[in-house]
Ligand binder design. Structure first.
Ligand SMILES: Nc1nc2c(ncn2[C@@H]2O[C@H](COP(=O)(O)OP(=O)(O)OP(=O)(O)O)[C@@H](O)[C@H]2O)c(=O)[nH]1
Ligand SMILES: [Mg+2]
Length: 583
């Protein structure tokens, strides 16, 4: 069937630069179907691309627009996840070695046990091009490898391998709980000191004054027990040694140790807003320090120690990952408005298209490439961007803010788009009313979101200040349990079941927005478009109230773009418009 002609002229100005348009090599390259750019090349020919009236006679010159009107079965699944919780274990340090030099004519050589290697750390990096957290979510538990033990002849153990986690730009990382063995040991030491101090004070008040002097002396120089019980969790003993060998051994005082790079760890509890691409990975948790070999404990009285220290345990972190920025542009519209078709016409996305409501049930993200892969921009703009992302979000129905339709879940996705592109169908009803209804839903959602006391910015500040081991938290009533099965400490912002408060988002009405008036190829749509244009110029000059109802709502460059996404007409204006708004 022949497609109806556009009932009014649509802008078909190609957005390729003049030089790029004239280069035959580039045109040929641009025709390759693997990148979104090819779409623009094919849909922005100077002649409006209309499909041949007689499909039996293939027209070589007209572009192939079959991808814009596919059968409902012609789509590929887009796996999307915007939230996940992952447990991470930094690697433990390897143990120090107990060894002695053995050479010809040296019967009892000096100690030569090597140090253990430090455990692998966990790093994070934002990467452009990633749009979903599903790969990370699939991993569930991530473990960096352990450092290898030291060996004889002073050979140090190999470092554990680090783990690099790559996340999309716009990810927020929040800590749910942590277990840091080094910190726990320090807490134990501190507790022991405090109880000694307390005992001293108690004796001063209640004790026998005759004994006080002797006791004071005792407390000033806390006497180590003569025969130390061997702390097997701290020491590695020579395999051939017997317990009796250690009866007279004074084990040195060994404080818990960290690797030097641990200073680069973010402050606890972790709260990172990774809104920019990162050149270098950032350390989340350093691995445990390796144990010390027996030469470290050699003294004048004990030249050949039969023990070495164990490596420190690695930190455990339970982190919550959430996408705060879903895409640069979010397509907001009623079901069946033509959002997915628009996404297909702008990008290489293979999202599902069907002539029924709720064809799209989860967000689909497409990338529009705006350079020629050689750093030359195809879209002239001040924003130094080579691409931007568009999210096709499931359709918005009336009373969506009351959890109708697909509910609040996808309103949350709209909240996470930088720019809102309202997709209104010119062929049904009044587009101005449709736009107002969409804004009404967003406004109601924003109101509900902002009255939720849990997502206020004060909550965020409170969390950032928290440090589990500062003086302020001394009165924490949770006692340390050395052998507890669940020793992890919950971050104070997490509720007992481990859930975190929703992220604080910027106001929706302050986001830049524009309208895509779609299905402009259908009959009697011109008058609807004119009414929409009139309404928007009224909003822009302030004579008409902002559709969100907020006087300070964004209205700097409000405009409507008429398109026929199905025929790929008029869509070329959108990249330029978005790039201008991204500035
Ligand atoms: N004539 C015409 N039809 C269009 C145009 N854009 C989309 N359609 C048709 O409108 C119907 C719905 O298109 P979709 O892209 O699936 O709409 P949607 O907004 O993604 O729908 P949901 O996923 O259900 O929210 C399909 O039959 C499309 O072929 C257009 O520009 N012109
Ligand atoms: Mg859709």
């Amino acid at each position: 069937m022949a497609h109806p002609r556009a009932c009014f002229s649509l802008p078909t100005r190609p957005f390729l630069s003049r030089r790029a348009r004239c280069s035959p090599a580039l045109l040929q390259f641009a025709r390759k179907p693997c990148i979104a750019r090819s779409r623009f090349q094919s849909t922005n020919a100077d002649v409006p691309p209309l499909r041949p009236s007689n499909p039996a006679v293939p027209d070589e010159s007209s572009p192939d627009l079959s991808h814009l009107d596919p059968t409902p079965e012609d789509y590929s699944r887009f796996i999307f996840q915007d939230k996940c919780r992952v447990t991470m274990h930094a690697g433990s340090g390897g143990h120090g070695c107990v060894a002695y030099l053995r050479e010809k004519y040296i019967e009892e050589g000096p100690p030569c046990g090597g140090d253990g290697g430090s455990g692998g750390g966990i790093y994070i990096q934002t990467v452009e091009g990633l749009t979903s957290l599903h790969k990370l979510a699939r991993r569930g538990i991530i473990r960096a490898s352990r450092g290898r033990n030291g060996q004889g002849k002073s050979k140090g153990g190999k470092r554990g391998d680090d783990i690099l986690i790559q996340v999309p730009v716009g990810t927020v990382v929040r800590e749910v709980s942590r277990y840091d063995p080094v910190e726990e040991q320090w807490a134990r030491i501190k507790e022991a000191k405090e109880s000694a101090q307390f005992a001293k004070e108690e004796k001063e008040v209640w004790g026998n004054p005759d004994d006080l002097e002797a006791e004071n002396e005792e407390l000033e120089e806390p006497e180590e027990p003569e025969y130390n019980p061997i702390q097997h969790d701290r020491w590695v003993l020579h395999p051939s040694s017997k317990p009796s060998d250690f009866l007279m051994v004074q084990f040195p005082k060994l404080n818990p140790r960290r690797q030097n790079i641990a200073a680069m760890e973010p402050k606890a509890p972790i709260w990172l807003d990774l809104s920019k691409p990162m050149d270098k990975p950032m350390l989340l948790a350093a691995g445990g320090a390796g144990g010390l070999g027996n030469p470290h404990f050699s003294t004048r009285s004990m030249g050949r120690p039969k023990f070495a220290s164990r490596g420190e345990g690695g930190m455990m972190l339970e982190l919550d990952f959430e996408l705060k920025i879903l895409a640069d542009v979010g397509l907001v519209g009623k079901p069946n408005a033509g959002k997915s078709t628009l996404l297909r016409s702008l990008t290489n996305s293979r999202t599902r298209i069907g002539n029924w409501e709720f064809t799209t049930l989860s967000p689909h993200i497409g990338t529009v490439i705006t350079d020629d892969m050689k750093g030359r921009p195809l879209v002239e703009s001040k924003a130094r961007r080579t691409h931007f992302t568009i999210a096709d979000i499931p359709g918005l129905v009336e009373n969506a803010h009351l959890d109708r339709g697909l509910g609040l879940g996808f309103l949350r996705h709209i909240d996470r788009a930088g720019i809102l592109a309202f997709v209104v169908d010119l062929s049904v009803g009044n587009p101005v009313e449709e736009l107002k209804k969409l804004w009404h839903e967003l406004g109601e959602y924003e109101r509900i979101r902002d009255t939720d006391p849990d997502c206020g910015p004060e909550e965020e500040d409170k969390i950032i200040e928290w440090n589990p081991f500062t003086e302020e938290n001394e009165h924490d009533e949770r006692p340390w349990k050395p052998d507890s099965e669940e020793p992890a400490r919950l971050a104070p912002n997490a509720s007992p079941d481990g859930s975190l408060p929703p992220l604080a988002m910027p106001p929706v009405h302050m986001k830049p927005w524009f309208v895509v008036a779609t299905k402009a190829d259908l009959e009697n749509t011109q008058s609807q478009y004119r009414a929409l244009q009139e309404y928007l110029s009224g909003v822009q000059n302030g004579s008409i109230e902002h559709p969100s109802g907020h006087a300070k709502g964004w209205k700097d460059r409000v405009c409507a773009v008429p398109v026929s996404a199905k025929q790929g007409e008029g869509v070329s204006r959108i990249p330029k418009l978005v790039m201008d708004l991204l500035e």
